[in-house]
Design a binder for this molecule. Structure first.
Ligand SMILES: C[S@@+](CC[C@H](N)C(=O)[O-])C[C@H]1O[C@@H](n2cnc3c(N)ncnc32)[C@H](O)[C@@H]1O
Length: 288
C-alpha cells in the first residue's frame, strides 16, 4: 500500500487530542496547521479558531482505526481520507517558490537569476531550512516597508528580529542601510543567513543568535516578522531598541489590537497598517 492521509478539521482546543488519537492509531507522521504554524500560501489553511490535523499511514488497518477513533471522539468533525499522490519533490517544491517584486526590490531563488529584472535591486535566496524566501505575505509586507523607509532615510540603522534567511536585513543593506543587525533564536537560520549574505555579495552585516539583551544601541528601523504571541512576549525587549520606527508582521488581522496594545504600553504609537489576505503589518513609531 502507498501512503494515505487522514485529514481532520477541528476546533483548536481539540487539536492536541486529535493528534494523540492519530498517533495512537499508528500514524508514521503528523502535520498540524494552526494559528501558530504559518501556512504556505499554496496550502489550505484552517478556518479561524480551527486547526487542520493530518496523519499519514502506510497500512489500511491503521487508517480505519484512526477514522473510527476520531469519529468516536468527535462525530461531527469532517474527516477526509486520501491517497497521497507520489510527487517528484525536487520539482514540486521548486514550483512553489515564486519570485516577488516589491517596490525597488526583487527577491527570487537562484535558479531564477536569468529572469531577474535588470532595473530592480535583486536578492537571491536559496530555499533551505529557514523562513524568508520573500513570497510569504508577511515577508513581502515587510519588504514594502523596508523599501519605503530606506528611500526616506538612506544610511539608517536597522535591526531585524527573527531574521530567518536574512531577507529583510539584506533588502535594507542593498538599499543603503548603515549598521544592520539580524538576530534569530534558531541557530540553523543564523548559519543559512550568513551563507546567503555571502551569496548575495553582502558584507558587514551583524548576523547572530544573540538575544536582544546582548545587542548594543538603538536602531532607526526595527523589523520583527515573528508570530503575535512572540511579539507580545518580546515587547519589553524590542520596544527599547526602537529609535524611530518599528515594523511588525506575522500577525493575523484579528490579533492586531493585542499586539499594538503591548507596544503602546512600552511608549510606542501606531503609525498605520498594511493588510494582505489574513495577515497584517503593524507600523509604530517612538512617541515624540
Ligand atoms: C516568520 S519568520 C521571518 C523570517 C524573515 N525575517 C522574513 O521576514 O521572511 C520568523 C523568524 O523568527 C525567528 N524567531 C522566533 N522566535 C524568536 C525569538 N524569540 N527571538 C529571535 N528569533 C525568533 C524564527 O526562528 C524565524 O526564523
Amino acid at each position: 500500500m502507498s501512503w494515505v492521509s487522514v485529514t481532520v478539521d477541528v476546533p483548536e482546543a481539540e487539536s492536541e487530542w486529535i493528534q494523540t488519537l492519530l498517533t495512537e492509531a499508528g500514524a508514521s507522521g503528523l502535520e498540524v496547521r494552526d494559528a501558530t504554524n504559518l501556512s504556505l500560501p499554496s496550502v489550505r489553511a484552517p478556518a479561524k479558531g480551527e486547526a487542520i490535523v493530518i496523519g499519514f499511514y502506510d497500512d489500511q488497518a491503521n487508517v480505519d482505526e484512526a477514522v473510527a477513533a476520531v469519529k468516536a471522539h468527535l462525530p461531527s468533525a469532517p474527516v477526509l481520507v486520501e491517497a497521497v499522490v507520489e510527487q517528484d519533490w525536487s520539482v514540486s517544491w521548486r514550483e512553489r517558490i515564486k519570485s516577488v517584486s516589491v517596490g525597488r526590490l526583487w527577491v527570487g531563488p537562484p535558479w531564477e537569476k536569468p529572469n531577474a529584472p535588470a532595473d530592480k535591486v535583486c536578492l537571491f535566496i536559496e530555499p533551505k531550512m529557514a523562513f524568508g524566501t520573500g513570497d510569504h505575505p508577511t515577508t513581502s509586507l515587510c519588504l514594502a516597508a523596508v523599501d519605503a523607509y530606506l528611500a526616506a532615510h538612506p544610511g539608517c540603522s536597522v535591526l531585524d528580529v527573527g531574521t530567518g534567511t536574512g531577507v529583510l536585513a539584506f533588502a535594507a543593506k542593498k538599499l543603503g542601510s548603515g549598521r544592520t543587525v539580524g538576530v534569530d533564536n534558531d541557530p540553523v537560520s543564523v548559519e543559512l543567513a550568513k551563507e546567503c549574505a555571502e551569496e548575495n555579495g553582502l558584507s558587514g552585516l551583524e548576523l547572530s543568535g544573540k538575544t536582544l539583551r546582548h545587542i548594543d544601541g538603538v536602531f532607526d528601523l526595527v523589523l520583527a516578522n515573528i508570530l503575535a504571541n512572540t511579539l507580545i512576549e518580546l515587547a519589553p525587549l524590542i520596544a527599547p531598541k526602537v529609535k524611530d520606527r518599528l515594523v511588525m508582521a506575522g500577525v493575523l488581522v484579528h490579533q492586531a489590537d493585542e499586539v499594538k496594545q503591548a507596544y503602546r504600553a512600552q511608549g510606542l504609537e501606531t503609525a498605520g497598517d498594511a493588510v494582505e489576505g489574513e495577515w497584517i503589518r503593524i507600523d509604530m513609531v517612538r512617541g515624540r
